[in-house]
Design a protein. Sequence first.
Length: 471
Amino acid sequence: MVLGGGLTGMLAAAVLASHAQVHIVERDLLPTSPAPRKGLPQAQHAHLLWSGGARTIENLLPGITQQWLSAGARRIPLPTGLVSLTAQGWLRRWPEMQYLIACSRDLLDWGIRQQVLTHPAIRLLTHTEPVGLSGTAGHVTGVDVRDTTTGDIQRLDADLVIDATGRGSVAATWLATLGLPPVAEEHVDSGLAYATRIYRAPPGTAHWPIVNVQSDAQAPVPGQTATLVPIEDTQWLVTLSGTRGGQPTREADEFLPFARNVRHPVVADLIADTEPLTGVRLSRSTVNRRRRFDLLPTWPRGFVVLGDAVATYNPLYGQGMSVAAQEAAALRDALNRHGLGDPGLARRLQRTMGRLTQAPWAMATGQDILYPGAVGPRPPAATRLLRGYTDRLLRTATGDPVVTRALLDVMTLSAPLQRLLQPNVAARVLLGPVQPPLTGPPLNPPTRHMPSGARSQARSQDSARGDGAGS
């Protein structure tokens, strides 16, 4: 029984279908096209599927990448297709080291549903919501569900219940009702709000890069960012963000001025002469939250919590979907190794989920806690000691392809955090960048198809760039 028909739930169902009949319990009616889903309001903002997550999903659902691309998604090489101002300077656009899939979240989810729901062992129950677990503190045997149209409640028995209900999960309450102890929670809140607007991409920009201006968490001011993502249907999705004291608003006439006042106005210059296709959509659901199910002294057989129900991260880091994919792969590996009937399966899996959240949690919260007014525990001493090294690593990455590769390997969740500490990387970090810093965004000629506000910037970059990539 899989609770939740989002990305995490669909991937879990795909894995389970090789071992049992699977029912997906979903409150909403899922769209049959790449359209918005009621239970996923954050889908309207920028979503980047890093190569670590994309490879994992492709392994779980062979052919899914081509399905996304055929529907209009773009495979963008990194850092070749990335114009990014990090806290320490502009990255160079060297030949491909990693990649990401860029499109709307609606298209990503639709592609996965198209594959998963055709499996003969999977049944989708819509207009149905879980209201509690059945069983005992030692063994969950099913779930009680409510029909949202009639209000009727029935009990559905299952050998394994997967909670993939997302950030709104009440699994901790359900477990307490069965007699388990409270679940510890961790929170880090930078007060981030983000606002998104979609624009019509100008003619001739079919291969336009992602453009991103990051904040500098070390500066004693609110962190503000601007990101432009080319998506399907010849559109640019632009997301702005700001932490406590510097948030964007939903007012359309304030969108462009906010983009112009981040650390560099390149995104504002690009959209200044383009046509907006939507109003401004605002979200404040950005708190980093981790529920430590993995630390409970006992855990019931037959119940596992995955995805955002375990941990949610500041969406600016783009980690949630890739972590969910890795969790589904861990579920597959555990089932193949131990089988559905193994009494220790659920406890073993829940501890694995805790380990999989460690690195993305450290990356997200280690930055977010630095912003003015951030709420949450201060990072441990070891994290503070590494901060100076991380700053130097980012600075070195602006002019050293070996360090850039290591950084992208970790950012895309293609390698563990320890990759940044390997001897060959650490030695280059100590030496510093081997090329001088870029003086502006590496938007390369030809510029005849660029929005007019950005042309003058692009023409002035050649002398300091040395990145060798097309626009």
